[in-house]
Design a protein around this ligand. Structure first.
Ligand code: ADP
Ligand code: MG
Length: 313
């Protein structure tokens, strides 16, 4: 099968939101007047971000999900994506499953795949995603202020726990692993939450490298510090049973949102959680100064050197 047949068969679908999609030298995209583009790329590399034998349907999902997560963290409406893919072989059943997972999530989020690149090489998947936002409403990392509450969506640490199991560092039973594996392999990008937070959150980020590391980016960009109440961190029953504080604090691959909102608007955040049916938990507050302090149940300072997973360390 030629490269062009492969693209036609697996990566060409209707693109109702584009003037021109896959098949020409460029796609043609009309941005809604008054909006600006929010653009982000994320690459998944075999052996670094996923196991070479990863389920292709779930991999297709995750390849797009991690990119949608960035748009969510910016409060942008998803519109278009491109996919640059490097493949060792043209494995038809694999491609079928990969594209099915990719397009299922794309359809749920109104994303058109409008172009990309396809080459032979080690398995490598890179999406660039394009969304739209009113520039003043974009949820930047730099807006956190002393007095804001710090919130996170969903549960933290399950994906890292599943990975630790797969790497033989912990041993979960089958049922426990199945629950955590869903968080690792099928993260749900919090697009609806990001949109609901426009005009409410002062800052936001998606948690891909662990809460401490990613909140750290908000703190650096905003020139503030934070206090986190360890006992308030939202964790699943599985993680609670196996409790090890480092998973919710420093695990990776959560793809939940961390955001800050003025204390006076606490109730509005809770109402959003109800409306979109997603647990939102206040885990601490922004303070003046710098750095992140972790407090135990009694409000006493815990010393922790943990940071998120950093590549090339
Ligand atoms: P060029 O040689 O001009 O770069 P290509 O042959 O790489 O064009 O691609 C042909 C068309 O297919 C282009 O519209 C390109 O955007 C699209 N395309 C290539 N690979 C993919 C892919 N993996 N997913 C979606 N579209 C793709
Ligand atoms: Mg090309």
């Amino acid at each position: 099968m030629s490269e062009f047949d492969l693209i036609r068969r697996h990566f060409t679908r209707a693109t109702p939101g584009a003037l021109l999609g896959v098949g020409d030298d460029c796609a043609l995209l009309q941005v809604t007047p008054g909006k600006v583009l929010a653009v982000s790329s994320d690459m998944l590399v075999s052996g670094t971000h996923f196991f070479p034998d990863a389920d292709p349907y779930l991999l297709g999902h995750k390849t797009l999900a991690v990119n949608l997560s960035d748009l969510a963290a910016m409060g942008a409406v998803p519109r278009w994506a491109t996919l640059a893919i490097s493949l060792p072989t043209a494995d038809e059943p694999w491609l079928e499953q990969f594209s099915a997972g990719f397009f299922a999530l794309a359809a749920r989020n109104g994303v058109d795949l409008v172009g990309g690149d396809t080459t032979r090489g080690p398995l490598n998947l890179c999406v660039t995603i394009f969304g739209e936002v009113d520039a003043p409403q974009a949820l930047r990392r730099s807006g956190a202020q002393a007095g804001d509450e710090i919130w996170v969506s969903g549960n933290l640490g399950d994906a890292a726990l599943a990975l630790a199991h797969m790497q033989g560092q912990v041993r979960l039973d089958e049922e426990e692993f199945a629950l955590c594996a869903t968080a690792l392999h099928q993260p749900q990008p919090r697009v609806a939450l990001g949109l609901a937070l426009r005009g409410l959150a002062c800052s936001a980020i998606d948690i891909s490298d662990g809460l401490l590391a990613d909140l750290g980016h908000i703190l650096d960009a905003s020139g503030v510090g934070a206090e986190i109440d360890l006992s308030s961190l939202p964790v699943s029953d599985v993680l609670r049973r196996r409790f090890a504080a480092n998973y919710p604090l420093s695990g990776g691959d959560d793809y939940e949102l961390c955001f800050t909102v003025p204390l006076s608007r606490h109730a509005e955040v809770l109402a959003i959680g109800q409306e979109i049916d997603l647990p939102l938990t206040c885990v601490g507050r922004i303070v003046s100064g710098h750095g992140c302090m972790i407090l135990d149940v009694d409000g006493k300072l815990i010393d922790t050197e943990s940071t998120g997973y950093e590549h090339f360390r």
